[in-house]
Write a protein that binds this ligand. Structure first.
Ligand SMILES: [Cu+2]
Length: 431
């Protein structure tokens, strides 16, 4: 009896051990989860208070708005598909964040390419258990890792806000090849706050990112074909928002026709309502390029509440400021909250605000126009006109105001343009 019990236990143990040994997720992959809202920040998360992310630095291709294809270097999730930009890492204030980086970059001009991640704004970053140090020999601002190797970075995310993570190695070259991503640290006050300030509370479904970058296609072509590129000749010809150019930028997150560019930049909000929709939206601007990007939302100002992970305050004094355009410098992050007011309270029955529409011959009806100047109205359009408007919503352009940057290698009205979509207040027929 005892013998058979022991045998049984041994058998069970053997099965369990076999299962453990063959479970590919048991040891190699940290438990990360990816949120996939149609619009807004699509976070990659891992369990608090010790979130762990396995990233690879590798190569792949993205699609440009002029139908060009661009060779990129980027960070992706280990075991996942190539993506650009890197995953949006969302952690909580106080978390001990571990990021394991495996270098899968190919040799460039017969030389191995070391790479790294640096975390601007994070203090006491550890690399493989020791305080991270610059490596002069590798032209690296932090500890790098050789091709095929893995390095483990960790830090305590002490301050809430919006941050960059990017290559610290041969930075001018590697960051412009695409090695960057966004890090969002949620404050202890809650994930629906930008900072530990009650007045930084926002609507959770209205958390948006504008990660602004640029590309010199000649640099990328040279690196792809193993040729010399003189970085002094660098000149951007594409400007991107969340790794896409307009009109791809307004497509949903994870649009199937952009398999390597998961992040859209459309902002979709509802009008302010003191009861049903009291809190603002937040837009997190990041500039990983080489010059200022003066981003300009049409139709409304925004309230700048923080920069580089610091709330604009001084000893309790509120230093936030209303801005018409956001002049984000290279390497900066700006956190902006905004509300959209249905100021005149239009109602077709009870408050018909008088507006005389111009004659049809004097009108150009845009593709997203509802056929009415009133939010929530969707009348019939003239014969032959089609619209992408779904339910009487507004679309308001938002773009980089350095207009020469609204370009894709000579194709104008592209680049870092997106829309703010304002849905009618509920009840509405919006999908
Ligand atoms: Cu404009």
């Amino acid at each position: 009896m005892l013998t058979s019990k022991l045998t049984k236990m041994r058998m069970v143990l053997a099965v369990v051990l076999t299962l453990l040994a063959f479970n590919p997720l048991a040891n190699t992959q940290p438990a990360t989860a990816q949120s996939s809202p149609a619009v807004g920040v699509a976070c990659t998360t891992s369990a608090s208070p010790n979130p762990t992310f396995d990233l690879v630095a590798g190569t792949g291709y993205i699609q440009m708005p002029d139908m060009n294809t661009m060779y990129m270097w980027s960070y992706s999730l280990a075991g996942g598909t190539f993506q650009h930009p890197g995953p949006i890492l969302c952690v909580n204030q106080g978390d001990t964040v571990t990021i394991n980086l495996t270098n899968q970059l190919p040799d460039y001009r017969s030389l191995p390419v070391p790479t790294s991640i640096m975390f601007p704004g994070q203090e006491n970053v550890m690399a493989d258990g020791s305080l991270a140090q610059p490596e002069l020999a590798n032209n690296s601002l932090t500890n790098s890792v050789a091709p095929g190797g893995t390095i483990s970075y960790s830090f305590v995310a002490n301050r809430p806000g919006t941050f960059i993570y990017e290559s610290g190695t041969d930075t001018k070259m590697q960051v412009s090849m695409g090695l960057f991503g966004a890090l969002i640290v949620r404050p202890t006050m809650g994930a629906d706050h930008v900072y530990n300030r009650a007045d930084s509370q926002f609507t959770p479904s209205e958390d948006f990112l504008a990660l602004l970058s640029e590309i010199d296609p000649y640099q990328h072509q040279a690196v792809e074909s193993n040729k010399v590129f003189d970085m002094n000749a660098y000149r951007a010809r594409y400007w991107m928002i969340n790794g896409r150019g307009f009109p791809d930028s307004i497509a949903d997150n994870y649009a199937t026709w952009l398999p390597s560019q998961p992040y859209g930049a459309l902002a979709r909000i509802k009008p302010y309502d003191p009861g049903a929709h009291p809190y603002p939206a937040v837009e997190r601007f990041i500039n990983v390029g080489t010059e200022e990007y003066p981003f300009h939302p049409h139709g409304n100002n925004g309230l700048l509440i923080g920069r580089d992970g610091y709330p604009l305050e001084d000893g309790g004094l509120d230093l936030s400021m209303e801005k018409f355009a956001f002049n984000i410098g290279p390497g900066q992050t700006w956190d902006v909250i905004f509300k959209w007011y249905d100021a005149e309270g239009y109602n077709a029955a009870t408050n018909p605000v008088p507006v005389t529409a111009p004659d049809l011959v004097n009108l150009t009806l845009g593709m997203f126009y509802s056929g009415s100047p009133y939010l929530g109205e969707k009348p019939t359009l003239p014969p032959g006109k089609t619209t992408l408007n779904q339910c009487g919503e507004y679309y308001i352009i938002s773009h980089n105001h350095a207009l020469f940057q609204l370009d894709a290698f000579g194709q104008t009205m592209s680049g870092p343009i997106t829309y703010l979509r304002v849905d009618p207040p509920a009840p509405n027929n919006c999908p």
